[in-house]
Design a protein around this ligand. Structure first.
Ligand SMILES: Cc1cc2nc3c(=O)[nH]c(=O)nc-3n(C[C@H](O)[C@H](O)[C@H](O)COP(=O)(O)OP(=O)(O)OC[C@H]3O[C@@H](n4cnc5c(N)ncnc54)[C@H](O)[C@@H]3O)c2cc1C
Length: 410
């Protein structure tokens, strides 16, 4: 490994955003190097994809590797509150395109994507932590520490920060901002679920709302190997009210949701209970001179609609053309071409998240389906991840349409 090296593009992080951006750039002949702190496979939270992810995986030419693996198919979501159930089928949506996707163990999914980088001419190094950055007029210099503790530098004409919750450039450049969403905590585990097909359709994510505190909710994401991801989200005070250890808190909360507890009566943990808090974050800008932020490094809202990987992949998809033009010496309007385009979907999801926690979206989801199928299809479209289709009024005027719809139900 050279002490100094020069690349067209350096990518920080090999999660979905970084890996897919690198594959797309390498396919177009760019000299791209991905530097990843961990060694894959590694665990990551964020296991339920949305159908909007699929066209991006197609455009990157990696869809075959994903579909061939045998991940659990996902065609919708089942929402439960007490005895009430509302089932959403993603195939009954307004926007054209994929209506199905997968529920994935991220250790495997992320490794599959990262494995696509080198065959198309990109470079990937595991065990490399970015510790600093400096910019000049034409390039960026990254300080890297390898797994043996040796420091070296990589110069790149452009840097893509896809470091997820690591948020490397926002931290180093002081771009971190309050996401203006309530601080919440998630507890999660994997279980051998022993759920039968009669009890639950594994092709769906199950979102359960707490019977008395509707801002507490649970996810159950079945995988194809008989295990599931189980998690609960609440405010830290609500979690702390259930005891001290994460394990007791998680299972204490699950016990309060009687129907979910019944489903998991024979479940057995297959990994330790994990916890993550304060994950809603945003950066004040998604680009700057010679860099752009992808996926979670730019912004993360909330897990409730499984939008994280979709936004990460969309950011990779949107950034490639501007980067290619930048490398070709052309002028790029980063705000217009990247930031504003990406924020269309982020903002749509933000309004959906806010409406979930203020109760209006829960009211819509648990209402008896009316005759207006076209409105239902528009809402389902956003829940399937098609949050960038501005012909859908629930995208172009999200707040107005959500509150009007909820208002009709009161
Ligand atoms: C509780 C919870 C539940 C979630 N559930 C879902 C879900 O069901 N579906 C969904 O789509 N999303 C979900 N998400 C969001 C999802 O986890 C993320 O949005 C997604 O992983 C973002 O992808 P990414 O490529 O931006 O970053 P990541 O997948 O986080 O990848 C970033 C990579 O950068 C590396 N890195 C970090 N720092 C450095 C450094 N200094 N140097 C080098 N490398 C570095 C990391 O090791 C990591 O591999 C959830 C999030 C939370 C908090």
């Amino acid at each position: 490994m050279a002490a100094h090296e020069t690349r067209d593009v350096a990518v920080i992080g090999a999660g979905p955003a970084g890996a897919v951006a690198a594959v797309m750039l390498a396919r177009r002949g760019t000299d791209v190097l991905v530097l990843e702190r961990e060694t894959f496979p590694r665990f990551s939270i964020g296991e339920s994809l949305l159908p909007q992810s699929m066209p991006v995986l197609e455009r990157a030419g990696v869809i075959g590797a994903v579909t061939d693996h045998g991940f659990q198919l996902k065609n919708g979501a089942s929402f439960r509150r007490g005895p009430k159930t509302s089932v959403i089928d993603f195939r009954e949506k307004y926007t054209e395109g994929w209506g199905t996707t997968f529920q994935v163990q991220r250790a495997t999914f992320d490794k599959i994507l990262a494995d696509q980088i080198e065959p198309v001419g990109g470079a990937l190094r595991f065990g490399q932590t970015i510790t600093g950055v400096a910019f000049d007029a034409r390039s960026a210099v990254l300080n890297v520490r390898d797994r043996a503790g040796r420091d070296y530098e990589v110069r790149a004409r452009f840097v893509l920060d896809a470091s997820g919750f690591g948020r490397v450039l926002p931290r180093l450049l002081g771009l971190e901002e309050d996401a203006k969403l309530t601080n919440r905590q998630a507890l999660f585990v994997h279980v051998r679920d022993r759920i039968t097909d009669e009890q639950f359709d594994r092709n769906k994510i199950l979102i359960t709302v707490h019977p008395d505190e509707p801002d507490i909710w649970y996810w159950l994401i079945p995988f194809s190997d008989g295990t599931s991801s189980l998690g609960v989200v609440g405010r830290p005070a609500q979690v702390a009210a259930r005891g001290t250890g994460h394990r007791d808190q998680l299972w204490g909360l699950v016990t309060e949701a009687v129907e979910l507890k019944q489903l998991l009566n024979d479940a057995e943990e297959t990994r330790d209970v994990g916890s993550i808090a304060g994950y809603s974050r945003r950066a004040s800008a998604l680009h700057g001179r010679n860099y752009a932020l992808l996926g979670n490094a730019g912004e993360f809202l909330d897990p409730v609609f499984s939008s994280g990987v979709t936004i990460a992949l969309k950011s990779a998809d949107l950034v490639v053309d501007p980067v290619m033009r930048h490398l070709a010496g052309k002028t790029v309007d980063w705000e217009e071409e990247y930031s504003k385009s990406l924020r269309v979907g982020i903002d749509t999801f933000r309004h959906f998240v806010q409406a979930w926690y203020d109760g209006s979206l829960q009211k819509i989801i648990f209402s008896t389906p009316g005759d207006n199928h076209s409105i239902q299809r528009m809402v389902v479209s956003v829940l399937a991840g098609y949050a960038w289709d501005q012909s859908n009024p629930f995208v172009s005027e999200t707040e107005r349409y959500l509150s009007a719809l909820a208002g009709q139900l009161s």
